[in-house]
Design a protein around this ligand. Structure first.
Ligand code: FPP
Length: 281
């Protein structure tokens, strides 16, 4: 199903208003938390919570694609999640398998490019195969880049990058003086993605939980008390609205930012004046 065709007029309008309000984040990352608590509060099983969580995944992926977000990264299974009861890990892997099987065609049809980051070789073979298929099929798509963080940990990725750089130093391919921020980033599993502009975490916890530790150096954070299964596009739009009211200074002062803006406007004005002057000569 083409998502643009099924999108209702009110949703189109809300998205248009948001786009007009300001600059959307290029890259949104989400810690999807609270499936278990949502289920327990309703007297349901944790599995029901994860199933409902997948409905939120579906809705947020669609809304992100339609509104024009470039990259969406979802923390679907952390490296620490392997410590959960075997039964629950098995259910999460089955749900992931089901999601990849049932959604792939629709994601592809809607121009979504699928990626995965994390220690992927720890995942069940069937999931690895499905991920490989999804990434290969969608690799040339130009719409939303959907990255699933699976068996992922920020520290794992950083340590792995250090190991890879050390190997290259040993082989004489790079020297220690070559190591810079940019160079280091190019050894991370997120190397093809811009740094996240916005991290959303559901269920009120105020921590990064080992997610995108390096990449979140200047990312904005939004925390909502809603559990992940409740987090649908209406709440997502509220989160985006909050992003747009923020001033991102990247270590600079507000004054510097407004001077820069004024500077770029002045130089634009100057260019227009020059063109007009030339035309009058
Ligand atoms: C947190 O809830 C959520 C997870 C550990 C897994 C997230 C997985 C999904 C939403 C489903 C599969 C994902 C995809 C992309 C198909 P929790 O169990 O930690 O909740 P709790 O903190 O309330 O116990």
């Amino acid at each position: 199903m083409d998502w643009k065709i099924e999108q209702i007029i009110e949703d189109k309008q809300v998205q248009q208003e948001l786009r007009e309000k300001g600059k959307l984040p290029r890259h949104v990352a989400i810690i999807m938390d609270g499936n278990g608590r949502w289920a327990l509060e309703k007297g349901l099983t944790r599995t029901e919570g994860h199933k409902e969580g997948i409905e939120s995944v579906r809705d947020i992926v669609k809304a992100s694609s339609l509104i024009g977000i470039e990259c969406l990264t979802l923390y679907a299974f952390s490296i620490e999640n392997w410590k959960r009861p075997v039964h629950e890990v098995g259910i999460l892997m089955k749900l992931l398998e089901h999601y990849l099987k049932s959604e792939l065609d629709e994601l592809h049809e809607n121009n979504v490019r699928i990626k995965a980051i994390g220690k992927l070789n720890s995942l069940p073979k069937v999931v690895q195969k499905l991920l490989h298929k999804a990434m290969t099929l969608t690799s040339n798509n130009t719409g939303l880049t959907l990255t699933l963080a699976l068996s992922y940990g920020g520290r794992w990725d950083i340590v792995r990058a250090v190991q890879l750089i050390s190997l290259d130093v040993r082989r004489g391919k790079v020297s220690p003086e070559d190591i810079s921020d940019e160079m280091f980033s190019s050894y991370l599993s997120t190397k093809d993605l811009p740094d996240p502009d916005y991290l959303i975490r559901t269920s009120g916890e105020m921590r990064l939980s080992n997610f995108l530790l390096w990449e979140m150096a200047y990312g904005e954070i939004f925390i909502t008390d809603n559990y992940w299964p409740e987090f649908r596009r209406d709440l997502f739009y509220q989160a985006l609205e909050s992003y747009m009211t923020r001033e991102r200074r990247f270590g600079k002062t507000s004054q510097q930012l407004s001077d820069n803006e004024k500077g770029s406007k002045d130089s634009y004005l100057q260019r227009v004046i020059n063109v007009v002057k030339k035309g009058n000569r």
